[in-house]
Design a protein around this ligand. Structure first.
Ligand SMILES: NC(=O)c1ccc[n+]([C@@H]2O[C@H](COP(=O)([O-])OP(=O)(O)OC[C@H]3O[C@@H](n4cnc5c(N)ncnc54)[C@H](OP(=O)(O)O)[C@@H]3O)[C@@H](O)[C@H]2O)c1
Length: 271
């Protein structure tokens, strides 16, 4: 146990995938969780399952974010961690053929929503900073970017640009917060098999979405990312994992993905 009292986390993107898994994982570990996303029905179901508090909000709306943050700030014990998972990709067309409207949505959800949320949450995190078991008082920001933030690929233009923007924003904020005990943790996953990410990217085309994961032996799961986030948050408060890149073993790099079973090489076999 690295902290003497339960902490509270605001988890965005809690209606599906990595965000829902993170809300579950943190609740299981004794955190108080506030989960947010646009789809209230899904949040309510997760709240019934985990005991989290559900607050529906569209992170592209100033009013919604203000209402969300006011609600969290009023909770007994305040807020100790923001876990910002909401975001995503739309489309996989070339830069030449990609739709500006899709790029706009990606910039809105991955970059501007992050800025809007951080601007309002930081004062609440400062007020809520608490001591770990060694007495180190701190608060945390963990945000899920992507390996797409640093590794470009054909068809990735809009998403690469948006996630690079989000990662840059986090890095700048870490520089600007120096002197304050606020950890800024960038979680950058590679291939994660979630229900909705690829389906949203390929506009509901299930076959195209499934092709992303075809034959991959153990892509990351939402739960894998959730555990990684929880471990980063539960390290002693003075230790910060600035950037965590996690991939399935089958994905040596963005463009080096093994499809088919993983097996240790028999001695003498050629690679
Ligand atoms: N899956 C992957 O392979 C992968 C890899 C690396 C990084 N990531 C990143 O990980 C994060 C989560 O991905 P995932 O796989 O869990 O995808 P997902 O299931 O599609 O989750 C996206 C979440 O973002 C929320 N969201 C989207 N727009 C929003 C808005 N305007 N306001 C509030 N909430 C909004 C969605 O909820 P509502 O629709 O209910 O609002 C949903 O809960 C994303 O940032 C993604 O870019 C994913």
């Amino acid at each position: 146990m690295t902290h003497s009292a339960p902490r509270r986390a605001l988890v965005t993107g809690a209606s599906s995938g990595i965000g829902a898994a993170t809300a579950r994982e943190l609740a299981k570990r004794g955190w108080n969780v506030v989960g947010t996303a646009r789809r209230a029905d899904r949040l309510e179901r997760l709240a019934a399952e985990t005991g989290m508090t559900a607050v529906a909000a569209d992170l592209t709306s100033d009013d919604d974010v203000t209402r969300l943050v006011e609600r969290v700030a009023a909770l007994d014990g305040g807020l100790q961690a923001l876990v910002h998972v909401a975001g995503g990709a739309i489309g996989a067309e070339s830069v030449e053929q990609g739709l500006l409207d899709d790029w706009r949505v990606m910039y809105e959800t991955n970059v501007l929503a992050t800025k809007r949320l951080l601007e309002q949450v930081l004062p609440v995190l400062r007020a809520g900073a608490t001591a770990d078991a060694a007495g180190f008082v701190h608060a945390d920001v963990a945000a899920v970017t992507s390996t797409a933030a640093t590794v470009r690929y054909q068809g990735g233009g809009g998403y690469n640009a948006a996630k690079a923007g989000e990662a840059a924003l986090l890095e700048v904020m870490r520089l600007e917060l120096v002197g304050e005990p606020i950890r800024v943790i960038d979680i950058a996953p590679g291939l994660v098999h979630t229900d909705e990410f690829a389906r949203v990217r390929y506009r509901g085309d299930d076959a195209a979405a499934e092709e992303v994961y075809r034959g991959v032996d153990h892509p990351l799961t939402a739960g894998d990312v959730a555990v990684t986030i929880a471990v980063a948050l539960e390290l002693p408060g003075h230790v910060v994992l600035n950037r965590v890149e996690l991939r399935p073993v089958a994905q040596a790099a963005q463009h080096v993905l093994h499809r088919g079973p993983l097996a240790v090489r028999v001695e003498g076999e050629r690679s």
